[in-house]
Design a protein around this ligand. Structure first.
Ligand SMILES: Cc1ncc(COP(=O)(O)O)c(C=O)c1O
Length: 313
């Protein structure tokens, strides 16, 4: 059966250009996988979300390293090293002629077997890059979050630190429910009812002038989160990583999200609480915008250790 409604004009699989697939460039529209792929049925798939600014992927090496680490957490090895993935990504961005845009590396277990336990499956890797200016299209306005009835699982319930497709069914469901309720995104609590994160971004609260953010236990250890923490320190701000109760939203003076796609995204409402577009978030958004274009040094010992010489961040 086919969809009743036609796909949107800008369907992701209907573009010109090429996608890097298993070591070679293939025409965009033919970069397909088999319907019996393990990655499709059982979540044997990991991915990254990256952004290119001025033709360079920000924090590329950290993203490639996280892709490799996510695959290991899901029990499989990628056929390419992080350095090889860095090179493939740079080539993909160059071939696409992309200056500012989004980059999606994805790896999945292939269609060798229907078995759930499939240690020897083939593993495929693709990298696609395309222009994609902002995730929320209305410009620098704040977004509205709705607390989800779904919670982030405990670290011993699911591999919460892996960026795996298996974990994103939850975010997809929570986000859909939030949008159906007229909000922009969902705010998920963790398994103990503490504040966790949005569907694709980490959470920061400003309390008494200091930044407070949940530790990366039940939430993704966001690369933007780490960057923003370093930038906050450079601005002389205090950053506290600790578990936060939902009631602390009542006395927060600002709330914002961080993520590769979201960048530094102000939040103006969580359920029936309202927040201004505040100064702290604006200062960090400005510092982040400079950092991604190499206009602001990123301080902090060892912070740029995964970066190759000459690479931003
Ligand atoms: C669930 C979730 N949390 C947080 C983030 C932010 O991570 P990063 O800053 O590495 O993009 C993302 C995006 O990848 C995400 O999907």
């Amino acid at each position: 059966m086919t969809r009743a409604a036609p796909p949107p004009a800008a369907a992701l699989d209907d573009r010109d250009g090429v996608i890097w697939l298993d070591g070679e460039f293939v025409p965009w529209r033919t970069a397909r996988l088999h319907v019996l792929s393990h990655g499709l049925h059982y979540g044997g798939s990991v991915f990254e979300g990256e952004r290119a600014y001025g033709g360079q992927v920000f924090k590329l090496s950290e993203h490639s390293a996280r892709l490799v680490a996510s695959a290991r957490l899901m029990g499989f090895e990628l056929p390419w090293s992080a350095a090889e993935l860095d090179a493939a990504t740079r080539e993909t961005v160059a071939v696409a002629g992309l200056t500012d845009g989004y980059v999606r590396p994805v790896a999945w277990r292939g269609s060798d077997t229907l078995r759930l336990v499939a240690p020897d499956t083939s593993v495929h890797v693709a990298v696609a890059a395309w222009p994609w200016p902002r995730i929320f299209t209305d410009g620098p306005r704040g977004i509205r979050l709705r607390t989800s009835r779904w919670r982030r699982p405990a670290p011993d319930t699911a591999p919460v630190t892996a960026k795996t497709a298996a974990a994103y069914a939850l975010g997809s469901l929570a986000g859909q429910e939030a949008e159906e309720a007229g909000c922009d995104d969902a705010l998920l609590l963790d398994h103990r009812g503490r504040l966790a994160e949005a569907t694709g971004a980490n959470l920061f609260l400003v309390l008494d002038g200091a930044l407070h953010t949940p530790p990366p236990e039940c939430v993704l250890d966001g690369i933007t989160r780490r960057t923003v923490i370093a930038l906050a320190h450079a601005l002389g701000l205090t950053v506290v990583e600790r578990h936060l109760a939902p009631a602390e939203l009542d006395r927060a003076t600002e709330v914002f999200l961080t993520g590769t796609a979201y960048e530094v995204q102000p939040v103006t409402a969580v359920d029936d609480r309202h927040y201004p577009l505040g100064e702290v978030g604006a200062a960090l958004a400005a510092a982040y915008a400079r950092a991604v274009r190499g206009e602001e040094a990123l301080p902090g010992p060892g912070f740029a250790s995964a970066a190759t010489p000459g690479e931003r961040g």
